[in-house]
Design a protein around this ligand. Structure first.
Ligand SMILES: *Cc1c(COP(=O)(O)O)cnc(C)c1O
Length: 455
């Protein structure tokens, strides 16, 4: 399986590359998969093996791995103006145009955009904006941030503190003042005999209780993904955002929609907030923003936060924040093209067109006696492995079931990602029906072979 000759790609990867978010026993046994190029939704490794990437890279390569228009947009901008910052009252023309476009496609009539290099930094920036506002508006205690368990908001010290995952304990995180509510996963968290609507009510009540316990005057903001992505693809229970937003509005707490995964088409609309019919006070974007062709994130502020942040900045004549590559001209040119490709070249339409087939595929996998739940929205989905379907009992952790499934998929030329005991599917928006058949057929074969081994 792995090529252990001293100069193999696998040995060279091991020697000098520090793996992040990687199951080390698997990579030790199997070797890293070293990739050279891609074509449509497929990637190719150094041994010439082809894989259908059912995760679009990391959710983001939604236009595939060889979109000519996106590469062209980058090349043209590299030739014209290959780099600049957005400090000191200067910025590239591409940056001006991208901000106009983002507000145009946002749910806001007016607003402003701030750029970062990643989704983590965009969340981090939004938190700093809220802290800045608290201070400027005479509410210095307004610093606490509320998110949900299993929510994923990134890896910087602040965004990791927002992320509700147990692995952050190894870093001594979360930082103080980062609070986590129950994960809004009805199948797992719903109580015996509790309806979905009652589950939603309980979660809204939990938020209300948290606010009164902590004091509304100490809470700066609430961040949520419309569908939890890296938490295992968890759509909200019925009426969730309406219930939660009512509580937040009552206490004047901003609702920030982390649309790093949902934004730009993943759920079948431009924004997850549109899919779930709520109006956030600001939007965090990254990943699909450039279709993965350039690292970039953005904070998109609605009118009220725009005005308040503008006033706070005017008062001290500056907003003292920004990254060297914020609003990078090549990134902005690529994002302008990516938005055009997603919205005007039929990609988002294809998400909608493929969704029924995707849902049918998930339901088909659910027929497997060791799949406890199949869930999703638009072109993001997950199937959850269980030892016992009736009691929802998971497989024993030491069996590493989802790792085994993912590794078996890799052996069959399919890349999909293990997440807890679930396997995630989030294919590229350019996927065709036969490619989707290939994805489900290969995953089904892998599930059967692994469940046979661990039964
Ligand atoms: C990926 C992700 C982030 C972090 O983005 P990075 O670019 O990896 O820093 C933040 N929020 C959500 C919802 C994400 O999926």
């Amino acid at each position: 399986m792995r090529d252990d000759s001293p100069n193999s790609w696998e040995a060279r990867a091991d020697a000098h590359s520090f793996y992040g978010f990687t199951d080390l026993p698997s990579v030790n046994e199997r070797g890293a998969v070293v990739l050279t190029h891609g074509q449509g939704p497929y990637v190719f490794d150094v041994h010439g093996r082809q894989y259908l990437d059912a995760n679009s890279g990391l959710w983001n390569m939604v236009a595939g791995f060889d979109h000519p228009g996106l590469a062209e947009a980058a090349k043209a901008q590299y030739d014209r103006f290959p780099g600049y910052h957005a400090f000191f009252g200067r910025m590239s023309d591409q940056t001006v145009m991208l901000s106009e476009k983002l507000i145009e496609v946002s749910p806001y009539e007016r607003g402003k955009v701030f750029y970062t290099n990643s989704g983590s930094e965009a969340n981090d920036t939004m938190v700093k904006m809220l802290w800045f506002l608290g201070g400027a508006e005479g509410h210095a205690k307004k610093r606490k941030i509320i998110t949900r368990k299993n929510g994923y908001h990134g890896v910087t010290a602040v965004s990791a503190s927002m992320t509700g995952k147990p692995y952050n304990e190894v870093f001594g995180l979360p930082l103080e003042g980062f609070l986590h509510l129950t994960c809004p996963h009805y199948w797992r968290e719903g109580r015996e005999g509790e309806s979905e609507a009652d589950f939603t009510k309980r979660l809204a009540k939990e938020l209300e209780d948290m606010i009164s316990r902590e004091g509304a005057e100490t809470i700066a903001g609430f961040f949520a993904e419309p569908v939890l992505g890296a938490g295992g693809v968890i759509p909200p229970p019925e009426g969730y955002f309406q219930a939660v937003q009512a509580v937040l509005r009552k206490h004047g707490i901003p609702l920030i929609s982390d649309e790093v995964i949902c934004g730009f088409g993943r759920t079948g609309a431009v924004w997850g907030a549109e899919t779930y019919d709520f109006m956030p006070d600001a939007i965090i974007s990254s990943k699909n923003l450039t279709a993965g062709y350039f690292p970039m994130g953005a904070v998109i502020l609605g009118p009220e936060l725009t005005d308040r942040l503008q006033a706070a900045s005017d008062a001290i004549e500056e907003f003292p924040h920004g990254f060297t590559a914020s609003g990078h001209p090549v990134g902005c040119a690529v994002a302008l093209k990516a938005i055009d490709v997603i919205l005007n070249e039929g990609l988002m339409e294809n998400v909608r067109a493929l969704t029924p087939k995707f849902e049918a595929g998930l339901s088909w996998l659910l027929e497997n006696p060791n799949i406890g739940e199949a869930r999703g929205k638009g072109l993001m989905g997950a199937v959850e492995a269980v030892r016992d379907k009736a009691t929802k009992t998971p497989f024993e952790g030491h069996l590493s079931v989802s790792e085994r499934i993912a590794n078996t998929c890799t052996d069959h030329g399919l890349i999909c990602r293990p997440l807890g005991q679930a396997v995630v599917l989030c294919p590229a928006f350019i996927m065709t029906e036969p490619q989707m058949d290939e994805m489900f057929t290969k995953l089904d074969a892998a599930l059967r072979s692994v469940f046979k081994d661990v039964a």
